[in-house]
Design a protein. Structure first.
Length: 231
């Protein structure tokens, strides 16, 4: 297979500047990179690795659900699921701003977040996905080997960060400080960030809640607990 003007790097000069090459060598290099990204992401996702937009059912059977003081009918739930599904797919195509997916336990928030992560990784974005408690444990573990600052900096700078279960962490001065550093840095740099939570966005408190509420689009994902279906 002969190399073209990009010399196998995947990039070449054009009158418009440096652009992606379309030669076979460059395409194969890109496919290898995508497979590597997806493999790494699936390790982070664990049991959510099989969650895609195709496997999310916005029309699944449901029943009346009470959440945050309101009762949602089956019709209202289907409408919320359909809208959240469409909006998450659109975000995966063009990740601008922040998303805040909220709803009761087992409604499908993490499924949509994982599906968005898959689509973004396929398109070349570098993703970090973690539950908020696990993310804080990841930073804390860095104190043992002197990498805490490096780990924190990576979370501030990664192209797309997905924080599952925000507000589920054990609230201390230390956890609030670390989350604030991450959230504030990503807000100032306008880096795509997705949150999932069991509480409405206006229930978040303090300076972290203020920044998320000011920067994120809230998507309600309302449905009966999917994990209990069929029990």
């Amino acid at each position: 297979m002969a190399e073209c003007g990009c010399n196998g790097t995947g990039w070449r000069l054009s009158p418009a500047g440096i652009v992606a090459c379309d030669c076979e060598i460059a395409q194969e290099r890109q496919r290898v990179q995508v497979r590597s990204r997806l493999a790494g992401l699936e390790q982070e996702l664990g049991t959510l690795a099989s969650c895609t937009f195709a496997t999310f059912d916005p029309d699944r059977p449901t029943q009346a659900v009470e959440w945050c003081g309101d009762t949602f009918s089956p019709y209202e739930q289907r409408e919320s699921l359909r809208f959240a599904w469409r909006r998450a797919k659109a975000y995966a195509d063009q990740p601008l701003g922040w998303l805040y997916l909220c709803g009761p336990y087992g409604s499908g928030k993490s499924h949509l977040a994982a599906a968005t992560a898959h689509r973004l990784a396929e398109r070349g974005h570098m993703i970090a996905y973690a539950s908020t408690p696990d993310l804080l444990d990841f930073i804390r573990a860095g104190y043992d080997d002197g990498t805490a600052h490096e780990r924190l900096d990576t979370l501030k700078r990664v192209q797309v960060l997905i924080l599952d279960d925000i507000a589920a962490e054990n609230a201390t001065d230390w956890t609030e400080e670390k989350l604030f550093v991450i959230v504030n840095a990503r807000m100032l740099a306008q880096r795509p960030t997705i949150f999932t939570s069991n509480v409405r966005i206006d229930a978040l408190s303090g300076r972290i809640g203020s920044r998320i509420a000011g920067a994120a689009e809230e998507l309600l994902v309302i449905a009966a607990d999917y994990r209990k279906r069929g029990r």
